[in-house]
Design a protein around this ligand. Structure first.
Ligand SMILES: CC(C)(COP(=O)(O)OP(=O)(O)OC[C@H]1O[C@@H](n2cnc3c(N)ncnc32)[C@H](O)[C@@H]1OP(=O)(O)O)[C@@H](O)C(=O)NCCC(=O)NCCS
Length: 242
């Protein structure tokens, strides 16, 4: 893999020496650099998330038109160790709702295996700081981060301050393009993890679960609430208040 040209747009990850991130959608980078970042992001995405190729089309479309698919701000951070690209982390920020959705994240195994287990918390704290700063610049407050993941990673997300929402959760296999498919299909087993950034609000509270489900299901995927799986998710999360 090519070495990435480092630039003033990289953000260093404090606590992980040599690590930095650079955003595909940073408005300050040149077209050539963006193309290079896109190719790298595409390679990582296809390697780790081959079941979700639609995300690549969305990123390409946004590069060409400047238009994000939803009102969220889209970030695709290329992760570098020194000058070597070692992974990606894609995060959409819903500035109005104060919610960041971590959509795809991967780091090469040989890199992770040389890091202490605390690396994930350190890394995610740094990314969350970047997201918080962006919200603050827009006079908003980021107070919730949510992600979908395999249950096998539960301990790792918990080590990074996330809690599992104990509710059924389904994501459309076609992502945001679910409406263009003849029959909407959902992945069979998804799990939602959340981290409240407000020290007064527990990550396992009903309010946090409701906001996270709404942020993914209604605001991000813009699913039809009358679809059976969607209706079930929305009613189950509603019942948490009772
Ligand atoms: C997410 C990620 C960065 C976490 O890295 P990490 O903190 O070093 O954690 P590990 O990868 O070592 O995983 C910890 C445990 O979870 C399990 N696990 C990892 N990925 C899993 C998956 N996709 N499904 C089920 N279990 C998984 C592993 O078996 C591992 O258990 P072990 O220690 O007994 O081997 C890393 O797993 C990764 O890059 N994965 C590839 C992409 C991915 O699956 N991303 C998550 C969805 S967004």
């Amino acid at each position: 893999m090519r070495a990435l040209v480092k630039s003033e747009h990289d953000s260093l990850i404090s606590g992980l020496p040599g690590f930095s991130v650079v955003d595909l959608f940073n408005t300050g980078i040149s077209g050539d650099t963006r193309e290079e970042l896109f190719e790298l992001a595409r390679g990582f995405h296809l390697q780790y998330f081959p079941e979700s190729p639609h995300a690549i089309d969305e990123w390409r479309h946004q590069i060409e038109t400047g238009i994000a698919p939803t009102r969220e701000r889209v970030h695709v951070w290329l992760i570098c160790q020194d000058t070597r690209p070692v992974g990606i982390w894609a995060v959409n920020i819903n500035i109005e709702s104060g919610v960041a959705l971590m959509l795809f994240g991967a780091v090469e195994k040989d890199v992770r295996s040389n890091l202490p287990p605390s690396w994930l918390r350190t890394f995610l704290d740094a990314l969350i700081d970047l997201c918080s700063a962006e919200c603050q610049a827009a006079d908003r407050n980021l107070d919730l981060v949510a992600l979908e993941s395999e249950i096998g990673l539960k301990d790792r997300w918990e080590s990074a301050g996330f809690a599992l929402i104990n509710l059924p959760y389904f994501e459309p296999t076609a992502g945001m393009h679910w409406a263009k498919t003849p029959d909407v299909s959902f992945f069979e087993s998804n799990h939602l993890f959340v981290r409240s950034l407000d020290p007064q609000v527990s990550s396992d509270s009903a309010g946090i679960a409701k906001r996270a489900v709404n942020a993914f299901v209604l605001d991000h995927y813009q699913l039809d609430p009358s679809l059976p799986q969607v209706a079930m998710m929305l009613s189950r999360v509603q019942e948490l208040d009772n």
